[in-house]
Design a protein around this ligand. Structure first.
Ligand code: PGA
Length: 234
């Protein structure tokens, strides 16, 4: 489809993506918009529940939810891993320990995303499975604000590793090597099943599938933390 677009002068692309995808989608849009300078983009960044609402209402061209939407028929394609890690201040008592039993998190002061967040849903599911009770000290709708709260000593949290990858502030934080983490998830790009995509949307979809992983990994690899605890699917 990209080949058909040569000579395309203008078009509008509407995307809505979950919060943490805001770290990588603009990196993908850069080369795409250079290739097609007539294309302009609106990018909505919100949580899983809101992305699914928009999908249900058919408001945008393409969507990146936090996991496959339930009860909606979609065409989908996985395009990137989205590991959720335990983030703590580097002064945390568990910092540097290996294979920390998940029970060690019992009673831990925790900063939690808002209701409707896919990250929150994944954390709650894992903790419920293992009978872990955390102490939610603060609820925040932004991973940036959560990082500031962690740095401020309010507690620990769990978030997508993509939230860390592009930062130069890694000295303040540490990823705790807790068993069952990272929670392995996958970003997928979806649209309503059978929907006829616009030429521009189809071109962006193909671009994400064909080149997306490489473009993003080129950006991430330079910043990835050196140690990845063993993976477990949830
Ligand atoms: P959320 O999704 O903003 O709904 O928590 C983020 C993610 O899964 O990366």
């Amino acid at each position: 489809a990209i080949a058909n677009l040569k000579g395309l002068k203008q078009g509008h692309l509407r995307l809505s993506v979950i919060t943490t995808a805001k770290y990588v989608i603009p990196r993908l849009l850069g080369p795409f918009c250079h290739r097609y300078p007539g294309v302009d983009v609106s990018l909505i960044v919100t949580n899983h529940e809101q992305v699914v609402e928009r999908l249900r209402d058919n408001l945008d061209d393409l969507y990146i939810p936090s996991h496959t939407p339930e009860n909606i028929d979609v065409d989908q394609h996985n395009f990137l891993d989205n590991p959720l890690v335990v983030l703590a201040p580097s002064s945390h008592r568990l910092a540097g320990r290996q294979n920390i039993p998940i029970q060690e998190l019992n009673g831990e002061a925790f900063i939690m995303r808002e209701v409707g967040s896919g990250t929150r849903q994944a954390i709650e599911r894992l903790f419920a499975e293992h009978g872990i009770e955390i102490q939610v000290r603060l609820e925040l709708g932004s991973s940036e604000a959560i990082k500031q709260a962690i740095a401020g000593g309010l507690g620990i949290s769990v978030m997508s590793r993509h939230c860390l990858a592009l930062d130069g502030d890694s000295g303040q934080f540490t990823i705790l090597d807790v068993e069952h983490f990272p929670i392995q998830r996958h970003w997928q790009v979806v649209y309503p099943a059978g929907k006829q995509l616009s030429v521009v949307a189809q071109a962006f979809f193909d671009y994400m599938i064909q080149e997306g992983r490489t473009v993003i990994e080129d950006n991430l690899d330079r910043h990835a933390p050196p140690h990845h605890p063993p993976a477990v699917d949830v």
